[in-house]
Design a protein around this ligand. Structure first.
Ligand code: ZN
Length: 123
């Protein structure tokens, strides 16, 4: 991570809180950098991308939905709904949601109902 110029004047150690993150200034255990980065990622172009991927998964394909707007709590709630919709398992991975099986036909209209522009990528 590149340091910002003005971060050098901040204390990087405090006896009460332990080490402070030089990026955000919070204690390392409460570092906000990841959240801040996530919120930056999720405000890109607002187009949700959906793809069906089988690479490196031993033939078991997953539907991957990327670029869903919102924070990690919203992403979790959306994943739960998509799992119910598909009757399938799913996980949140960083800024993407993976749902087992090819669920594009189910998920695309549902995602559009949420008011998002959906773009099919890959095969
Ligand atoms: Zn931080």
């Amino acid at each position: 991570m590149a340091k910002k110029g003005n971060s050098e004047s901040r204390p990087v150690y405090c006896s009460e809180q332990g080490r402070l993150c030089p990026e955000c200034g919070f204690a390392v255990g409460q570092c906000r950098c990841k959240d801040l980065r996530q919120s930056m990622v999720t405000t890109t172009d607002g187009i949700v991308r959906i793809s069906y991927e089988t690479k490196g998964r031993k033939g078991k394909g997953v539907t991957v939905v990327r670029n869903i707007p919102g924070d990690s709590a919203a992403l979790k709630a959306i994943t739960k709904k998509m799992k119910q919709l598909c009757g399938s398992g799913g996980v949140v991975k960083e800024n993407a949601v993976e749902i087992q099986g090819d669920q594009r036909e189910r998920l695309i209209p549902w995602l559009q109902q949420q008011g998002w522009t959906v773009k099919r990528v890959g095969g």
